[in-house]
Ligand binder design. Sequence first.
Ligand SMILES: [Zn+2]
Ligand SMILES: [Zn+2]
Length: 494
Amino acid sequence: MDEIGRFSLFSGWNLCSHCKSPPVVHEVEGVNDQEKHLANKLPSCSKCHSAAYHSVECQQAHWAGGHKQDCKKLQKAIKPLEELMGWFHCDNDYTSWLSMDMIAEFYADKNNELWQRGVKEWNYQNYLEAMRIFQSYLLPYKRAWCAKPDTVAHGKQSFYIKEVIGTANEALFCMSALKLAKRLLFCSYCEMDGEQVESARQRLVQCLSLLVTIRQLHGSPNDKVKITMDDAWMELALSMEEVPSDRVIARHVAKMAVTTHSCNWTNPLQRPGFVAKVTLDAIPFIPRDKHPNWCKHIESNWEHILKEYQTLAMNDSRWHDVGSGVRGTGHDDHMVVTGRRWTEYVLFGSGSIENDAPITKKLIREHLPDAVSLAEMGGGEVIFSRLEGDTHINSHCGPTNIRWTAHLGLIVPRSRSDCRIRVADQWYNWEAGKVLLFDDSFEHEVVNDTPEDRIVLLIRLWHPQLEGKNRLEAMMKAIAKKEENVVKRYHPAM
Ligand SMILES: [Zn+2]
Ligand SMILES: [Zn+2]
């Protein structure tokens, strides 16, 4: 029963929402780094649980500076999660929000014809009509969820889960719940794409409540349950990341997903769509004293690289907006930019051409064959990256943990506080001629509030622990996963 544990919201806030600085670290003897981190975390806003502060002064200033409005929006977005928690915290004797009658009815396929009619409309590409049918099919379940019993009023609508364990009803429940969960998930995809975000999130929460219950009944996870659960958490987290004011809530979602051993996530701050099976060290930012040797070779030649950038900078036709589809990966990247433009020039990877930047390319080929091979396989690229002044790259996670990212600073605005990058819970600065090395599957964001451009040579390379045949295997799986996700979105659950 304890396999999953109880849901709680993310609480490890480590940067003040007002002054953006970390907590004052109190040294405590005999505790490890993780314990120290927890001991020093910041207290969060008791209403939205998503802003954190050093002091009452920081909180008051943040409240007056706009959190008053944001807090309301955050509370609204977080409500589904609180409902899931509330339902799940009903104690050991927890109840199902579905009545046994509904499950029996569902199992007997009483209303199946309606769902199948929706599938038919979908296959005729009448998507709106299909969604309308799916929604009306799911209406009784939505009502049951909204009327879900508190611990006192239990009895009429629902049953104690423990009452079905080991009975014929248990199998009935599990089979029906999984099927229903899949339909809820599919309907939420439709609604998400149709911008009915609130309803979609609500359905994902219902879907998750069913799956968690199945997992509680069966100690060992069933593959189909796990896959559906991963998909639902992922969709919920992504829906939070897409809405700027809800972005921090993705951490709460990820915290819950981690509790249910989903998505292969272990840290709410690291939420890639694909996590390699091989265990890879999860290090958000690699400090200079741990840099591999190639960094030195690249750094000592940085002025040649800068010169080649300056030549190519003139050639407007070869610069493209990030995410404009010119290169093979990163098609959603444009969604995270606000302000002016984020553009790139591809050196290795799809969209690159021969005979440009000879010195830079020779350096990369010689010292970083790992980056070239990753680019050739379509898993990343080497580019000149230009972030214009007054532009932000909003907080997001990269698609996979199988690669690292390096930035060689080429032209860097002087203001350290107005031009910087956050990886996980710390801010860093570029320096001309110096490499920053990090794992972009961790939450990261970039701000350039200066009037000047920030130019770096961006290099993706294999995670250093991924070697030999593991590379190809991880890459094939990452690609397959991505394709599966697209297929799932367009094929209704049966
Ligand atoms: Zn502060
Ligand atoms: Zn708040």
